[in-house]
Each structure stands twice: as structure tokens, then as C-alpha cells.
Design a protein. Structure first.
Lengths: 296, 319
């Protein structure tokens, strides 16, 4: 299966282990990629605060490039998924608006007809590859591992732009994956809440409360790790966990925040370094050890 | 059809208040709403159950409750929507607001937030004769926000209010937008600067979209908050980290086609704000040691020159 690859900024910036682990896992799953090297940033919803149309122009430009390649866009980030899905939803609903944007893109000889799909790696695995085929690549069953899902807002809302009605499995995609690798789901109500990253530079006190509440609650409920399809959530929940837990709960950072492909890689028997687990700020040693102790 | 309910109860008369879960089963028509099921419980199973409702047609905004974790108007929620395979339905009082008894919350929090934004038109002077006239077009635009029925569903599930009760909140900010945009109001500028500067104002929203998802009337409070941010910037409010964050992001993509993460952090903190920069430094250092820090020089999109051209075109159109 071949996709138009849109890696996003964080996988190549603040969370390089996401890029490395995703590449390793996709290779094993025979996912072929053609990178959209000319595509611009999605705007992450931030650029849209200043100029919504500018954001839509940039995203529709990317959709048109993928359309010309005849491929679905594959992303690694909840925020890329959400922002692109929203832009796609807006222009598909309003042909006049799409026409307006196409006129701007005409200078580059691009025209979007409205046929491009955008899929996070997690959705590609569940919907296109299938959990059964995924399981056939596993060498380990992660029994006894308790994992809390953490989605990232843009992966779950707004549900109509994300196609939840047509693809209801998306609503529980992280849980599906945790169960597929043989782990136990540690459910908690914060799993679809905000991680606090968007206000990290704006209202750090609130951001820290969110980090401490989510990681602390999941830990209290027995989680060994948290699994997220969103690298921005990872940056905040991993990078600021020590500070947040000290400030808000007067305890220590003890919950590793694992990227989706890292979890899959562990079940495929890949090593710590191959998945970049040593690069996390909150130590992943305990879960690496726990996985090593599982006999094949 | 048998419907199973698990209801969160609260009895304030018990010393200090007592909370517990109680389960019920009722036999009702398959097209019933969750409210129908709850009324059935109260009328025939347990007369001590407290709940509030009035119109039963999603107009009065009285019956906001959490159903399976999300706030909804229970009169607008059919049983088969939330329990398609006959699952047990979990009903709780709304969040972020004081519970009076069982499923009834106090509206004090909600209206305290609404009062903060001065929810009335403040014209400059009285018209010479008759009433204030506003054109139809100028009022039509406000309909999204005027559809609000003050049910408190968005306040219940707001992820900021969960950690900060001082946030003005989604419903009140959507209402603030309505007055900022009202052609009869003369306080647009001062409203915007207050919303911009106040603790708990427009920049504290995390853009999590919970309010957009749960609002039963399509008000989309978060979208209104984003419009307030845009208007605040346009009228010259450029003193917040939120403004610097947005501006830096916008310009980074304009220049490189991609995001310059390092620059974004520095710009948002404020290049001259040494305390805030030092505050970010420890995490930056840890990340660098682990090999995680974003590159000091930004990635450029292969096509960043074309991106810049598009920017110029869109910006040119708007001038």
C-alpha cells in the first residue's frame, strides 16, 4: 500500500523518535511512502487564528498535490490530522469557497477536486491494513502491560469533520491498538481532554495542572505507560511531567508517554534504541524491562 | 424496550453530603429520549430522584446532564443513540458546576460568568426618536451566538474550567463576541481590550473543541473565541504571549513554509522576558541531552518561495 507521506514538524523536530519508530514499523508493514516534500505546514490551528483562509489555502495546496499523485495522505500527528480534516471538510462543503482557493492555487498550476483522504498512521493500520495482519507481524504479546490511551483533541473533535460516523472504530482506535498488542486498557475520563500544550507558553499554571491531572490519574489507576497518537501531547506530557507533578501533586514523573509506532514496535520485538525509547524525558526503562521479561 | 440506567446520586441533606451510584431498569418505547427514561424512573421507580426539565424540546436548556461522560440535553438525546445495543446508560450531573441534588446543578457559576462580560448593549447615546435600528444583515451574522439557550453544557465539559474556575468560559465568551459584533454597541474596543487582558480571558482557551462538539445548538463557542482573538489583534492588542505565539507561527510558515519550533518558543515567551525564557530552559536542556531538541536552524519546505507568494496573494486580496 502506498501513501503520500506528510511527516509533520514535530516528528522531525521535538520528537525525532516518532519519525524513526514510524519508519521502522511502516517498513515492516510494507507501507510504501512518497513524501510530500513541497507541502507547507498545516498551520496547526494557530496560524488559522490570525488568518483562517491562509491556512485553508496551504492545506488545499497539499491535498491537490496528493490528488495528483493519486494517493491518500498519511500523517503521524493528531494535530495534522485534525487541522487537515477540518480544512478538507470546509472546502468540500462549500464549492464556491473551494473555487476561490483554487483560483489562488492556479498560479502553481494546482487544482483540488476534493477527492483526497487524510489518515493518521493509526487509522491506516486499523482500517487499511487491519488488526489481524498487524498481529501477524508481532513476535511478542504484551500481556500484563497496563496502558492508558491519550488521543489529543484534534484526533477526536470535531467528530463530523473526522468522519466518525462513517468510521466508528476511530472513536476507540487507541484502545483497539492496546488490545491488539495484548495489553490492558487503563481507562480514564481525561483520555480525550486537552494535554495543555497549546497554552504552555500562554498560561503555564493551567497547562501544568492538565499534565499532572492526566498523568497522575492514569498512574493512580495502575497504568504502566500512556499511549498517544499525538506528538504535541507527547511533548507536554513527557517533557513537562516532572515539573507538573512536583508543582501540582508534589510527586514524581513516573508515567512514560509512548508514541503509537513505538508500542507497535515493541510488539514486533524491536529494540529500545531502534524505537528511540532512550530519548524520552520520563524514563522508559521500566516498561522496556517489563517487555524484555515477557517470554516469546 | 428495557433501558438500564446507572445514575449518580447526591444527597445534600446527609451530613457533608453523600454521593453514590444507583441502578434502575425501565420499560419504555424504543423511540424514547434519555429524559423520558429518567422521568419514568422518578414517576414509577424512585420518587426521591431529583432532575430538572421543562420544555422537552431542546429550547429551555434545563435538562443538561452528562450521559456516558459527555454533557448533553437529555431531551434531545435518544436512548438508541447512546445505547445502540442496549448497553447501560450512565447519567451524571454536569461538570464544573455546583451540584444541588442528584442530577440538578446550580446555575450560579454559569450566570456569574455571563455577568462578567456585561451582557447588554451599551450604545453611545439615545437615538433622537424611536428605537435603535440595526440592519437585518448585521444581526443575521449574530444568530450563531444568539442561538445559545444557556444550558451550561459547554461549561460542563470545558477542559480549561476543569483546572481554572477563573476562566470566563465558552458560553460567556460566545456571548461577549455577540456584543463585540453588535452594530449598536459602542464599547467594542474596551470590550476587546478587557477580554484580551483579563485573567481568564480569550487567550486561556486551549482550542480543545469540547464546547464545539457538545453544544446542542451549534453555537460553536470556540470558533467565536477565535474570532475574538482575531478582532483583538486587529484592534491593536499586541501585548499577550498568545499574540506573539500566533504571530511567530504565522511568520515562520510564511518564511520557511514550515514551523521554526525554537523560534516559536522564544517568541512566545518574549525575547526580552528573561524569567520566562529561563523557565523554559531546564526542559530544553533535558531534551537536548536526550537528543530530542528541535533543530536550531529550521527545516525549510522545498517550495518555501511559492508559499511566500501564496501569502502575499491572500494578504493582498484582503487589503
Amino acid at each position: 500500500m502506498k501513501y503520500a507521506f506528510y511527516p509533520g514538524c514535530v516528528a522531525r523536530g521535538g520528537a525525532p523518535e516518532l519519525y524513526d519508530s514510524a519508519m521502522a514499523v511502516m517498513k515492516k508493514l510494507d507501507i510504501e511512502l512518497e513524501e510530500l516534500t513541497k507541502a507547507a505546514c498545516t498551520g496547526a490551528g494557530v496560524l488559522q487564528e490570525k488568518n483562517l483562509k491562509m491556512g485553508d489555502v496551504l492545506n488545499v495546496r497539499t491535498f491537490a498535490m496528493a490528488e495528483n499523485m493519486g494517493l491518500t495522505i498519511l500523517v503521524l500527528c493528531s494535530t495534522c490530522q485534525g487541522v487537515m480534516s477540518q480544512a478538507n471538510y470546509r472546502v468540500k462543503k462549500d464549492p464556491n469557497y473551494l473555487k476561490e482557493i483554487n483560483e489562488i492555487l492556479a498560479e502553481e498550476n494546482l487544482e483540488y477536486k476534493g477527492t483526497t483522504d487524510i489518515k493518521h498512521l493509526l487509522w491506516v493500520i486499523i482500517e487499511d491494513i487491519g488488526l489481524e495482519k498487524l498481529k501477524s507481524t508481532f513476535t511478542k504479546e504484551l500481556t500484563g502491560m497496563n496502558m492508558a490511551p491519550f488521543y489529543g483533541c484534534y484526533m477526536v473533535r470535531p467528530s463530523d469533520a473526522l468522519g466518525f460516523k462513517e468510521n466508528p472504530i476511530r472513536e476507540t482506535s487507541v484502545e483497539e491498538l492496546i488490545e491488539a498488542v495484548g495489553g490492558n486498557v487503563t481507562d480514564f475520563s481525561g483520555k480525550t481532554a486537552c494535554c495543555g500544550f497549546p497554552i504552555l507558553f500562554i498560561n503555564q499554571a493551567n497547562s501544568m495542572k492538565m499534565v499532572a491531572n492526566h498523568t497522575g490519574t492514569a498512574k493512580d489507576k495502575g497504568a504502566d505507560a500512556m499511549v498517544t497518537p499525538c506528538p504535541l501531547c507527547h511533548l507536554n506530557l513527557d517533557g513537562y511531567q516532572a515539573k507538573a507533578r512536583r508543582q501540582v501533586r508534589n510527586d514524581k514523573a513516573d508515567l512514560p508517554i509512548i508514541h503509537v509506532p513505538q508500542l507497535i514496535g515493541l510488539a514486533m520485538g524491536m529494540k529500545e534504541k531502534e524505537l528511540g525509547l532512550q530519548k524520552h524525558i520520563v524514563s522508559t526503562k521500566d516498561i522496556v524491562k517489563k517487555v524484555e521479561q515477557i517470554s516469546i | 424496550m428495557i433501558v438500564d440506567l446507572k445514575i449518580k446520586r447526591f444527597d445534600p441533606s446527609d451530613s457533608g453530603g453523600k454521593t453514590w451510584w444507583q441502578e434502575y431498569s425501565v420499560d419504555i418505547h424504543k423511540d424514547s429520549t434519555v429524559l423520558d427514561a429518567l422521568i419514568q424512573v422518578r414517576e414509577y421507580e424512585d420518587t426521591s430522584l431529583a432532575l430538572r426539565c421543562a420544555c422537552r424540546a431542546s429550547i429551555c436548556g434545563s435538562c443538561g446532564m452528562r450521559v456516558n461522560g459527555n454533557a448533553k440535553l437529555v431531551c434531545k438525546t435518544r436512548v438508541v443513540e447512546v445505547a445502540p445495543d442496549g448497553e447501560q446508560i450512565i447519567v451524571e450531573p454536569m461538570g464544573n458546576q455546583h451540584v444541588v441534588k442528584d442530577l440538578v446543578i446550580s446555575l450560579d457559576t454559569f450566570f456569574d460568568q455571563i455577568k462578567r462580560i456585561k451582557p447588554y448593549v451599551q450604545p453611545d447615546e439615545s437615538p433622537e426618536s424611536g428605537e435603535y435600528i440595526a440592519s437585518n444583515e448585521s444581526m443575521e451574522n449574530l444568530l450563531t451566538s444568539m442561538n445559545c439557550i444557556m444550558c451550561g453544557v459547554c461549561v460542563s465539559d470545558c477542559t480549561v474550567l476543569e483546572v481554572d474556575s477563573n476562566f470566563i468560559g465558552p458560553a460567556a465568551l460566545a456571548k461577549a463576541w455577540r456584543f463585540v459584533e453588535d452594530p449598536r454597541d459602542s464599547k467594542k474596543e474596551s470590550r476587546l481590550s478587557e477580554l484580551n487582558n483579563e485573567d481568564g480571558g480569550i487567550w486561556d482557551c486551549t482550542r480543545c473543541m469540547k464546547c464545539v462538539e457538545v453544544c446542542p445548538k451549534g453555537v460553536s463557542p470556540m470558533d467565536r473565541i477565535m474570532e475574538l482573538r482575531e478582532s483583538a489583534i486587529e484592534s491593536g492588542n499586541k501585548n499577550t504571549p498568545g499574540y506573539h505565539h500566533t504571530e511567530s507561527f504565522y511568520n515562520s510558515v510564511k518564511k520557511h513554509g514550515r514551523l521554526d519550533e525554537t523560534r516559536l518558543a522564544v517568541d512566545s515567551a518574549g525575547i526580552t522576558n528573561v524569567t520566562r525564557l529561563l523557565d523554559l530552559a531546564p526542559v530544553g536542556m533535558k531534551a537536548m541531552i536526550k537528543g530530542k531538541l528541535p533543530p536550531i536552524l529550521p527545516h525549510k519546505s522545498e517550495d518555501h518561495k511559492n508559499v511566500k507568494k501564496l501569502y502575499n496573494k491572500v494578504e493582498g486580496e484582503e487589503k
